[in-house]
Unconditional design. Structure first.
Ligand code: SAM
Ligand code: DTB
Ligand code: SF4
Length: 326
């Protein structure tokens, strides 16, 4: 399968707008040949430092610019974070993702604690992912040395729509951060959100920037906005679940080998829409009752979902039955 990094926005928009059956057929074909076997990775998420963030991302409940800000929470210490990682592993997770509501990483005790968390998570046999805003070359190198598997830093939307969502950090700064992460040899986890009031051309624009990264990000989270009270986007109407299916399918066609993560917003989707996303090539979900600050489907209902879909969970490089008895 030839990997392309030169997709035009028109080509991508044409894919997004294909008759759904044709789009699903194409995405399934790519997925089955690039990632045989419908294996889904379970990733658990934990907010280590919650709220009080200097950025003004309009969707985010953790920005100090919005009344939704969950200020005053103490950051978690290393030991409780590693305890949560152990619990996630024992519940079946393969990747542990940790979030800090920071504009950027600064050197000092909190960064040393982050490094200890990364080392500890890797020692538990889990992949470790961090999302903590911008970073320097030196910090990226130290995270790589600590064994960090991936760094999550999203582009969120198209370059054109971006300015309507965030004013405190530029699109180019995000691209520069991605470049630093790459240079340090850390995998990239980079995706975006739909439901931010963007048009079809913006969705194509986001996917174009992602697909033109060379190499493609190893992991591409596709989020649907969770409209949180107190954020500027609280009144934003919910997306049609089939639009998320289309985003996932198109991401799969453009980036055949990347892990396409069906991320925030699953609680707004029915079981069948989630199964269509899995069919379209989503091969990872966030697993656990909370995302960072908002809720996620219960573990038991996700186990039921995977069983109903007949997909298997990916663990330690092997495929294991999603639930006992399969
Ligand atoms: N502060 C860091 C940063 O922005 O890079 C890390 C944490 S931030 C919460 C990680 C990502 O979560 C954002 O880039 C955004 O794509 C996603 N996100 C945040 N709030 C969301 C919401 N309400 N609905 C959907 N996705 C959201
Ligand atoms: C990503 O793209 N989605 C996750 C993860 N990366 C860090 C975060 C979703 C956050 C949803 C809102 C919240 O729970 O605060
Ligand atoms: Fe939220 Fe991250 Fe934006 Fe801060 S930088 S407001 S934590 S999305």
């Amino acid at each position: 399968m030839t990997l392309r990094h030169d997709w035009s926005r028109q080509e991508i928009q044409a894919l997004l707008e294909l008759p759904l059956m044709d789009l699903l057929w194409q995405a399934q074909g790519v997925h089955r040949s690039a990632n045989p076997g419908y294996h889904v990775q379970l990733a658990s998420l934990l907010s280590v430092k919650t709220g009080g963030c200097e950025e003004d991302c309009a969707y985010c409940p953790q920005s100090m610019h919005h009344p939704s800000d969950l200020d005053g929470r103490q950051p978690l210490a290393v030991a409780p974070v590693l305890e949560r990682a152990r619990q996630a592993r024992d519940a079946g997770a393969h990747r542990f993702c940790m979030g800090w509501a920071w504009r950027e990483i600064r050197d000092g005790a909190p960064f040393e604690a982050m490094l200890a968390m990364v080392r500890g998570v890797r020692e538990l046999g889990l992949e470790a992912c961090v999302t903590a805003g911008m970073l320097s070359d030196g910090q990226a190198t130290r995270l790589a040395e600590a064994g960090l598997t991936a760094y999550n830093h999203n582009l969120d939307t198209s370059p054109e729509h971006y300015g309507r969502i965030i004013s405190t950090r530029t699109y180019q700064e995000r691209l520069d951060t991605l470049e630093r992460v790459r240079r340090a040899g850390i995998d990239l986890c980079c995706g975006g959100i739909i439901g931010l009031g963007e048009g079809p051309e913006d969705r194509a624009g986001l996917l174009q920037v992602l697909a033109c990264l060379d190499p493609h990000p190893e992991s591409v989270p596709i989020n649907a906005l969770v409209a949180v009270e107190g954020t500027p986007l609280e009144e934003q109407p919910a997306i049609d679940p089939l639009e998320l299916v289309r985003m996932v399918a198109t991401a799969r066609i453009l980036m055949p080998h990347s892990r396409v993560r069906l991320s925030a917003g699953r609680e707004q989707l029915g079981r069948e829409a989630q199964i269509l996303c899995l069919l379209a090539g989503a091969d990872s979900i966030f697993y656990g009752d909370t995302l960072l600050t908002t809720s996620n489907p219960a573990v038991s209902s996700d186990q039921e979902l995977l069983r109903a879909a007949g997909v298997r969970v990916q663990l330690e490089g092997q495929a294991l039955a999603a639930t006992a008895g399969r």
